[in-house]
Design a protein around this ligand. Structure first.
Ligand SMILES: O=C(CO)[C@@H](O)[C@H](O)COP(=O)(O)O
Ligand SMILES: [Co+2]
Length: 244
């Protein structure tokens, strides 16, 4: 069944002096989430925003906050971000060892939020094996985390397809797959055709002359590619049945 894609504009690329105005603008343009890039200067070489800003964003936004935690110590800091109002809390698999990934997912769910795990471009989806059945979202990074405005890493859509296959195999039909990094009108179609549900857009939206129109254009292309992928799959099924 067709489910429209959701756009999650990254507030990191917005005007920090006018966050309320920019949030209203993306809400009116049809954004599904506000993507919040928290960077600690350790896990990534950039320092962005912390708990007080997330708290203010939670007050401003009428759509869910999707908080991408690019931090070294998520188990220590998760409680603060959950308390601050993260609707989706997304931790990086690369800094969680042994049973820590499972504990992070439990901590997020116990706080009533949705649990997401992010994978850097070189992290294989197999690291999700133990938790994928219970996850609400997987974030596939299509650039090295740290900065907005980077170019999409070609082939990232293959990881999206691999995550979609893993979710199907464990029966997690509700899992959302989010893609983050270099998503634009030029890259969205291959991503949604591969199974992406949520598209983070930083520079493609806030760097455009008309951000609302840019958001709508990415969404329109993503939805169209999704419809086409469903139609292709149906046609293949019908052909296979005829041949039986
Ligand atoms: O998490 C990150 C970068 O680490 C992203 O959310 C970017 O901030 C998205 O920006 P664009 O690549 O869309 O410009
Ligand atoms: Co991000």
């Amino acid at each position: 069944m067709f489910q429209p894609v959701a756009i999650a504009p990254s507030i990191l690329s917005a005007d920090f002096m006018n966050l309320g105005r920019d949030i209203r603008m993306i809400e009116q343009a049809g954004a599904g989430y506000v993507h919040v890039d928290v960077m600690d200067g350790h896990f990534v070489p950039n320092l962005t925003m912390g708990v007080p800003v997330v708290k203010q964003l939670a007050k401003l936004a009428n759509i869910p906050l999707d908080v991408h935690l690019m931090i070294d110590n998520p188990l220590d800091e998760l409680p603060w971000f959950l308390e601050a109002g993260a609707d989706i809390a997304c931790v990086h698999a690369e800094v969680l060892y042994g049973d820590e990934l499972r504990r992070a997912v439990d901590m997020i769910h116990d706080a009533g939020a949705k649990a997401a795990v992010a994978l850097k471009p070189h992290t294989p989806p197999e690291v999700l094996e133990e938790v994928i059945a219970r996850l609400d979202m997987v974030l596939v990074m299509s650039v090295e985390p740290g900065f907005s405005g980077q170019s999409y890493i070609e082939g990232s859509e293959e990881k999206v397809a691999a995550v979609a296959e893993m979710a199907r195999a464990v029966g997690n039909d509700a899992l959302l797959i989010e893609v983050d990094g270099g998503v634009s009108e030029a890259t969205v179609e291959r991503l949604t055709a591969a199974g992406a549900d949520v598209l983070v857009c930083g520079s493609a939206v806030f760097g455009a002359q008309d951000p609302a129109a840019a958001l709508a254009a990415v969404k329109e292309k993503g939805d169209a590619a999704r419809v086409a992928a469903i139609e292709d799959a149906r046609a293949e099924e019908a052909l296979a049945e005829e041949e039986m």
